[in-house]
Design a protein. Sequence first.
Length: 179
Amino acid sequence: MRVLGVDPGLTRCGVGVVEGVAGRPLTMVGVGVVRTPADAELSHRLLAVEQGIEQWLDEHRPEFVAVERVFSQHNVRTVMGTAQASAVAMLCAARRGIPVALHTPSEVKAAVTGSGRADKAQVGAMVTRLLRLAAPPKPADAADALALAICHIWRAPAQNRLQQALARHAVHATKGRTA
């Protein structure tokens, strides 16, 4: 499975591609950051994020895109920018028919470190270890994108089994009512 992780942001949008399957060693395919100037118009910044993500999709051809689920912060401006960048990433994937998964920051932290309250340094250290890298990816947005991809690879099989079980249950429940 090849996953593009996206840590959305307007100034720095972290992107990272990881390949592998749950229970086996994972491989980093690429990591980076799509940057936009803080003084540029919002529409131009969103266009730059879109172009950057499209480049990553063209170059790495992921099977899934994992995006950090936007959560409420105290700074509404920051939340708006993050949500807009997140929407751009989802749109780019949807345009190509690539499934998108949203993961909360605490889900990602718990998946890679064992604690949903881990700090950025702990996440970076575990990403470095899990992907057998020489040093933590910089900036932290890049490491977070890789963590999102890792989280999705590890969680996707269980999520798929759960969705299949729910679908079977819904079919049986419907048959029971029509019989």
